[in-house]
Design a protein around this ligand. Structure first.
Ligand code: AMP
Ligand code: ZN
Ligand code: FE
Ligand code: FE
Length: 280
């Protein structure tokens, strides 16, 4: 089987409203230049960047799908993408408020833990540098690099911020089931992001029973064999494949441009059709 496809829709991308480095307008401009027809904005725990992206999309001829990447947990951090959400939905606003506070306090805890191994960072400066949206580990990673503790963001995660490292603070708050339910309440389809990171394939059936609509089969971290495994699982479980670049816009791991990974037109149409089906 051949996995070279024409990318029509990139359904996973971040902006300055979370931990990406491009503004929504800059991101959509890049997507337009890459020839993408559809781009989903999926910032961590916020939809604040969507209106600006949609305006840029109208100007530049790119369809912008309103999306979000919900931080959930099941022993470890699990991300659930909400695509085609109604950005005014009350559940999304409640989630954003809870997580904004939670993420902000988490930066203090990460800095305290780092201080205990001799790494002094100023949490207020990290929050200030992160701007208005969701603050997270990539902002700490950038501060570690700027202060000269590491040379790259990858090294920051490997030595300080990744699971099991001295600065690791899990983001345990929302369950996967709550995330799925909240996304569907908000009019969207719920897609399990980058399952290749989790080693939890035996939980997929449970999450499908809880309303999961799709699995992100296509992702830069998924080798072709992994992508195929998840496509087969989608068929078996009766859910749909999704895909995207998880673009963050800096030279951290997987620095692919928007459109390097994603869905073809028919796959995108199938996912979109699920929105109306879910609302019946
Ligand atoms: P947070 O939501 O604060 O837990 O941060 C999650 C973000 O960190 C995700 O967007 C990932 O892309 C990024 N991330 C996780 N692990 C790594 C890593 N090893 N190297 C670079 N970025 C990472
Ligand atoms: Zn991120
Ligand atoms: Fe993610
Ligand atoms: Fe992401």
């Amino acid at each position: 089987m051949c996995y070279i496809r024409t990318v029509y829709a990139d359904l996973h991308a971040h902006t300055t409203y979370s931990d990406g480095v491009l503004s929504p307008t800059e991101l959509v401009r890049l997507a337009a230049r890459s020839g993408l027809k559809v781009l989903a904005l999926t910032d961590h725990d916020t939809v604040e960047g969507v209106p600006e992206a949609q305006q840029a999309g109208r100007d530049l001829g790119v369809r912008v799908v309103p999306g979000i990447e919900i931080s959930a947990s099941f022993g470890k951090s699990i991300h659930v993408l909400g695509l085609f959400v109604d950005i005014g939905a009350p559940w999304l606003e409640a989630h954003r408020r809870t997580w904004k506070e939670y993420r902000s306090k988490r930066i203090d805890r990460i800095c305290e833990r780092l201080a205990s191994v001799g790494v002094q960072l100023d949490p207020d400066a990290i929050r200030a540098a992160s701007g208005e949206g969701s603050v997270g580990r990539p902002h700490v990673a950038r501060a570690l690099r700027e202060a000269g503790f590491v040379e790259s963001l990858d090294e920051a995660f490997a030595r300080y911020l990744g699971d099991g490292q001295p600065g690791y603070v899990a983001a345990n708050y929302t369950s996967v089931e709550e995330a799925i339910d909240g996304i569907r309440q908000s009019g969207g389809v719920a897609v399990l992001a980058h399952p290749g990171f989790y080693n939890l394939d035996d939980r997929l059936q449970t999450w499908v029973d809880a309303g999961l609509d799709g699995i992100e089969c296509v992702h830069p971290a998924h080798r072709p064999a992994v992508q195929k495994r998840y496509r087969d699982l989608c068929s078996r479980l009766g859910v749909l494949p999704s895909g995207g670049t998880d673009y963050h816009g800096d030279a951290k791991r997987r620095g692919h441009l928007p459109g390097a990974f994603g869905l073809n037109e028919a796959e995108f149409a199938a996912l979109e059709a699920r929105v109306t089906k879910g609302q019946q």
